[in-house]
Design a binder for this molecule. Sequence first.
Ligand code: ADP
Length: 257
Amino acid sequence: FEVVGAPIFDDRNMLKGAVLVLYDITELKKLEAMRKDFVANVSHELKTPITSIRGFSETLLDDDLHDKETARHFLGIINEESKRLQTLIEDLLALSKLEKEDSRLVFTSINMSQLLEEVIPMMNQQATQSGIKLKVEAERDLTFVADMNGVKQVLINLLANAINYSHKEDEVSLTVGKQNDFIHITITDTGIGIPNEALSRIFERFYRVDKARSRNTGGTGLGLAIVKHIVELHKGKIHVESELEIGTTFHIYFPIQ
Ligand code: ADP
């Protein structure tokens, strides 16, 4: 609590009492702690690739570069780590744009068939590279009012996760249909699953169940935070069901109007 007080005087200027106001600053403190956490997380996430880039480039500079194979290997790491930095910065910018009070989405009438045309080929390629089959069951003649880039981002992030957290030869499926006044989208995988106690935390910025795995698949820990923001800006809903080693399903509902 924060306390603010003031004395009260009577007509003859004698002290009569005092007013004390107690402000409950729990929320404020919580926000402040979250902000500090966020800055610490961002710094840490930026530091890891930069340390690696510096280390390997300094080794290359000190070396006489006779061993071409090692040099190529180091350059490969430097390249990967700079890509990671770029993705991280892009995700941070996307998130900060979405969090602005006046963040403006461009709502237009979206045709499901066109939306899938812009997402599926790219994600199919990603799935194939990981040895995973992508199955799509969609009502393609649906239309709804939404921000095209936002909805695309939601599908891409959820499908990429489904692929990344699956085993080779697993199947990822996407279904699209209509449920009352909503477009209902599900993304199901038969991958590693999410432990119960982590389910409520996966939408937090930088939360990961398994840091090493997320890092290996190029994850920034921001994907689901971005997804949740976009869905909420559409006044939609998202929820997740998961069982360890059985798989995960994300349900998303976008209002049609
Ligand atoms: P990341 O970049 O680490 O994938 P996300 O915000 O997209 O970050 O996801 C947060 C965490 O939730 C992931 O690190 C992972 O542990 C877990 N997760 C997300 N999607 C799935 C999924 N389909 N199967 C299993 N775990 C998942």
